[in-house]
Design a protein around this ligand. Structure first.
Ligand code: NDP
Length: 284
């Protein structure tokens, strides 16, 4: 049976490591502060906001909510982003997406200064992930996958990694982060031929498709480590499920992340880490 790579211990270790850094900032009169831009009152946004706020405040990161009406205009959204950019008391900004259809999400993301773009949504942040330069921050979920593997001592260098999914939020930045750690990366997507063979060759299989059971038994092999980024509501089981068929894969794999309780639990801890790093970059 595969080792379960749970996210909670990883998140705890990341948050514990932040405490002395927050203390050092506070000693200089700087309170690391995260602003969240939320448009409308979607239940999943509100619940994620509560979660992020709780986790940040626990470690001494201040939290500001910038709430706009679901019917807001592009001008109002751009003003909110400009306000965050200009506010010296805010070190990081998270903007909930997707935004309502009347809004130009790309323009709002591009307007955020990379120094405060703690979820890696602006083109400059993504350029930093691409070039390996310290321009902004990597998207939190992609970095959470690497943090989780590091926590459990999974070797990346020289290993064959297969990333399934090529979104700008997860798959693409994740493949670059793995390359930066000297993994040999194959990227798969909805047009990949022989997906199962590509996956089964990998030492590390990382799946982010938004489709339950994208990876099944034929995608794994003995000794493989599987990271399931997926988070999908399943009506049949009335539970959240990943993109990997957990029960079909756990028998063969060496280790696998559970859903829920895997990557998702690490993501907010990475976000908090980015806010503290942003405050340090500005303060020191
Ligand atoms: P997107 O819909 O933006 O991208 C999905 C990607 O998967 C695309 O590249 C698509 O290929 C590929 N894909 C879709 N179906 C298949 C298939 N059958 N076989 C191979 N590839 C396929 O999704 P996201 O990247 O935003 O999210 C992916 C998953 O990660 C979701 O389950 C989401 O809920 C989860 N997630 C979890 C987070 C967390 O913190 N735990 C945060 C963010 C996302 P193509 O490009 O060809 O269309």
């Amino acid at each position: 049976m595969a080792q379960l790579l749970r996210g909670a211990p990883v998140a705890r270790a990341l948050m514990d490591a932040l405490a002395p850094r927050v203390d050092a900032l506070c000693a200089r009169g700087v309170t690391p502060t995260l602003a969240v831009i939320r448009v409308g009152e979607r239940q999943d946004d509100l619940s994620y906001e509560r979660n992020v706020r709780g986790r940040c405040e626990k470690v001494g990161i201040a939290f500001r909510s910038v709430a706009l009406a679901a019917s807001c205009t592009q001008g109002e959204l751009m003003d909110a982003v400009a306000g965050v950019n200009a506010d010296a008391g805010v070190h990081g900004c998270l903007m909930f997406r997707p935004l309502p259809a009347q809004l130009d999400e790309k323009a709002a993301c591009a307007a955020l200064v990379p120094e405060k773009d703690v979820d890696g949504v602006s083109p400059l942040s993504l350029a930093g992930v691409f070039s390996g330069d310290d321009l902004g921050f990597a998207p939190c979920t992609a970095e959470a996958c690497v943090a989780l593997l590091d926590h459990y001592g999974v070797a990346l260098s020289g290993k064959r990694a297969c990333v399934v999914g090529r979104s700008l939020v997860v798959g693409r930045p994740l493949s670059l982060l793995l390359q930066a750690r000297d993994a040999t990366v194959t990227m798969c997507h909805s047009r990949t031929e022989a997906l199962a063979q590509e996956c089964a060759r990998a030492d590390l299989l990382l799946v982010a498709t938004g489709r339950p059971k994208t990876a099944g038994a034929a995608c794994t092999r003995p000794g493989q480590v599987i990271v399931d980024v997926g988070f999908n509501w399943d009506d049949a089981s009335q539970a959240f499920v990943g993109d990997v068929d957990f029960f079909a894969c756990e028998g063969a794999a060496r280790a696998i992340t559970p859903v829920p309780g895997g990557v998702g639990s690490v993501t907010t801890a990475v976000l908090a880490t980015h806010v503290v790093r942003a405050a340090e970059r500005m303060a020191f």
